[in-house]
Design a protein around this ligand. Structure first.
Ligand SMILES: Nc1ncnc2c1ncn2[C@@H]1O[C@H](COP(=O)(O)OP(=O)(O)OP(=O)(O)O)[C@@H](O)[C@H]1O
Ligand SMILES: O=P(O)(O)OC[C@H]1O[C@H](OP(=O)(O)OP(=O)(O)O)[C@H](O)[C@@H]1O
Length: 306
């Protein structure tokens, strides 16, 4: 279970929920944005990796993303944000509870090979060859599947760890193929590589220990984050329509629960307010307009609660 940091120069965190956040890298900015959106306020001193939240009994702990799942699994940290890839690689999926998928940090863990090696068209073609990766466990598991071997430690494919800039390994002669994360594919293409197989699709997740020390506080954080995710996913659409067309309009945009309908001063007309998924709002507006809706407005939602 989580301990307070026992060090006179560190703040007292003994009665606070410890919340781990990536200290740098791809997830950092999005995580800070999310913390701010859910109303978490803190002051972080330069070079300090612990920051006390000023408006909740929480201490933020800034850690490498790759270590967060392990700390949460072991109970040294109560709640945290990291990638699904990291949970799977650190083999902690049975010791952490996944509260929410956060919709950022989306990418794929892919097997990649040099474009110049024309004989390699699939991951199978790399069986028995040299693979370099930061994801040793997931890579060994995939090659064990490809080799039909039950113990990943008994594969004939040589899997070697490097901590970063994995894409350089083939060009430098250390590897015949690599396994690394791909989002846009720019890094892969810049290194003269192409994807020959996908091991995992990943995104960032909010996790807790299976037996959290502060379950009520963790539930509050989960609710707040859910609210922000909903707000990011939906817009509020408002329009006026003849009551005769209301049923049809509600079929076009049924909302999350149901539209709010308010009578207008104009006889037989109503004003409707409804949540619509951002990605389809253009189509919905067109369809509402086609059946006679007027004054169709779309408003951003700052926050939401189910
Ligand atoms: N290109 C990417 N696009 C989206 N998400 C990514 C990308 N690269 C990594 N991630 C996600 O972010 C997590 C942390 O990766 P990142 O490369 O930022 O780690 P880091 O090693 O802590 O940072 P740095 O690369 O700055 O040393 C990954 O495990 C993955 O979940
Ligand atoms: O497909 P892309 O959009 O190019 O993204 C993929 C790159 O992003 C990650 O590395 P990052 O840039 O975070 O740095 P790192 O290599 O130091 O981990 C990943 O390891 C890839 O190298």
């Amino acid at each position: 279970m989580a301990n307070s940091f026992i060090n006179a120069s560190l703040p007292d965190t003994s009665d606070r929920m410890l919340f781990a956040v990536p200290k740098k890298g791809r997830l950092y900015d999005q995580c800070l944005g999310l913390l701010s959106s859910i109303g978490i306020e803190f002051n972080r001193k330069p070079r300090h990796d612990i920051a006390l939240v000023t408006n909740m009994p929480i201490a933020l702990v800034f850690l490498p993303a790759a270590d967060i799942a392990t700390y949460v699994a072991k109970g040294n940290i109560d709640i945290g944000i990291t990638g699904l890839d990291i949970i799977r690689e650190s083999q902690t999926e049975n010791d952490v509870a996944e509260l929410l998928r956060l919709g950022f940090g989306k990418c794929k863990l892919q097997v990649q090979a040099p474009l110049s090696h024309q004989g390699v068209a699939s991951a199978e073609d790399l069986v028995g060859k040299r693979i370099v990766t930061s994801f040793i466990n997931l890579t060994k598991q995939r090659f064990a599947e490809l080799e039909g071997v039950s113990d990943p430690e008994k594969i004939k494919t040589q899997v070697r760890f490097v901590s970063g800039s994995v894409e350089a390994a083939c060009g430098l002669g250390l590897a015949d193929g690599i396994v690394d994360l791909v989002e846009s594919g720019d890094t892969m293409r810049a290194a003269g590589l192409h994807a020959v197989g996908t091991i995992l699709e990943t995104e960032s997740v909010l996790i807790t220990n299976q037996h959290p020390r502060f379950p009520k506080l963790a539930a509050i954080i989960q609710k707040r984050v859910e609210g922000i995710l909903t707000a990011r996913q939906y817009v509020l659409c408002q329009y006026n329509i003849d009551r005769k067309s209301l049923e049809m309009a509600c079929r076009i945009a049924p909302g999350r629960q149901a539209p709010t309908v308010t009578p207008l001063e104009q006889n037989g007309w109503v004003a409707v307010s409804v949540m619509v998924e951002k990605k389809v709002v253009g189509d919905k507006m067109d369809a509402l307009s086609d059946i006679g809706a007027t004054d169709i407005l779309v408003l951003d939602i700052a926050n939401a609660r189910a």
